[in-house]
Design a protein around this ligand. Sequence first.
Ligand code: 8X3
Length: 252
Amino acid sequence: MQKTVFITGASSGIGEACARKFAANGCRLILNARRADKLQTLAEALRQEFGTECHILPFDVRDREVARQAIANLPQEWAAIDVLVNNAGLALGLEKEFVGDFADWDTMIDTNIKALLSITRFVVPGMVERGRGHIINIGSVAGDVAYPNGAVYCATKAAVKTLSDGLRMDLVDTPLRVTNIKPGLVETNFSVIRFHGDTERAENVYKGIKPLTGADIADCVYFAASAPEHVQVAEILVLATHQASGSLTFRK
Ligand code: 8X3
């Protein structure tokens, strides 16, 4: 599949795994994250391993004006985006809602909801014009039901579900497709970021259970993206085997 795929938050975790998966399947990639050097390194690695053509687009997805200009000024040969993977997102903190940290809340809301909306707003009109495109949002099991101490993060992922559903409705008279991928426990730098760099606390999250990997999620993303045009994978909820919900796991 020779598609042009735009991935936000592509420098690590699920985003990087998606970049590898699409690259391995012959796609050309627009890679976004904040750090240009990390994107450059990834682009070079993908070029060497798979011969992938990459265009790097370093910016903070929260900066709406910068995002608008970066997307509007894409070189012509990169402007026709076929697949948008709205992956950039994060959890910060794990504490009761009534004592949560305002800065953490703002960062999660600005990234997981507002930035996802901005990027969607800047990319999707072109897809509609071309009559072709697929928006794949990275949601979470956390968006289905809240779990203790995670209310704000869960709320942002509930928003991703609602925004995916709404967009699917608003595009129902077009050939475009919208998918919400809802991972459970995935071992990436997710928990290190959530706990503000406390690696010991982060490691505990995955103790006694075999978590999913970024590559497992990338497989789901690619499954949706490579389905026949008449097949719209609306959602995929994917959990670790010893996980039954956002709050229930079995650990040895
Ligand atoms: C990631 C899944 O359950 O760690 O969104 O919040 S969880």
